[in-house]
Design a protein around this ligand. Structure first.
Ligand code: FNR
Length: 187
């Protein structure tokens, strides 16, 4: 029987023409049967302030609840200055708090990223993996989806046109399903 899994998708760029947002939309469209990827916008989250973590604004509450209820998390991260963009860190800081109410706890996670350089977000992805150690998320190791020279891989309308990248995204999603099942104990 096809699985029925809901995955929350987050892109770490607020840019209208973002390659990472486009990569996430491509993943949503390429997802195998039974997988629903729900894309959440993190642009309306305020800057994290620990004074508000126990009584967060509605946008934060909504994101935390969606992540908590989901079977998995899929993040498309740009690389900014060899790391993840502040907006993504900000979203994850909200998701992780307050102490004892980490919405990403025990969550299966998959990471991908697109960059205009030749390193394809490798450095940002490894920083993100490191964050998920403290968040106790379980990040899929392989296949890695690192998209270099992103401007060559998408058309003007933000469609992922590069066949090799489309295949890689598909392979990653196909590997993510058994990873989620395994972590859920074969449920
Ligand atoms: C970048 N860019 C970039 N690229 C990269 O491969 N390594 C890096 O360290 C950086 N650093 C960086 C810092 C800042 C502040 C910006 C704005 C950009 C370029 C980056 O890959 C490019 O802007 C992508 O298009 C960003 O992803 P989105 O917005 O298209 O999803």
């Amino acid at each position: 029987m096809a699985p029925s899994l809901t995955i929350i998708g987050i892109a770490g760029s607020l840019r209208k023409g973002s390659y990472n947002a486009a990569l996430l939309r491509a993943a949503r469209d390429l997802a195998p049967a039974g997988i629903t990827i729900v894309i959440k916008n993190i642009g309306d989250l305020p800057l994290f302030n620990q004074d508000d973590e126990k009584n967060p604004p509605p946008s934060v509450r909504e994101l935390k609840e969606a992540v908590k209820a989901a079977d998995g998390l899929l993040i498309a991260t740009p690389e900014y200055n060899y790391s993840v963009p502040g907006v993504l860190k900000n979203a994850l800081d909200w998701v992780s708090r307050p102490y004892g109410d980490n919405s990403a706890d025990d969550k299966p996670v998959a990471i991908m990223g697109a960059s205009v350089s030749m390193t394809g977000t490798a450095r940002a992805q490894y920083h993100l993996r490191q964050m998920f150690v403290f968040l106790n998320g379980h990040v899929l190791n392989m296949p890695e989806v690192m998209v270099p020279a992103a401007s060559d891989k998408f058309d003007q309308d933000g469609n992922l046109t590069d066949e090799k990248t489309r295949d890689k995204v598909k392979q990653m999603l196909e590997a993510f399903v058994p990873w989620i099942k395994r972590l859920q104990g074969g449920k």
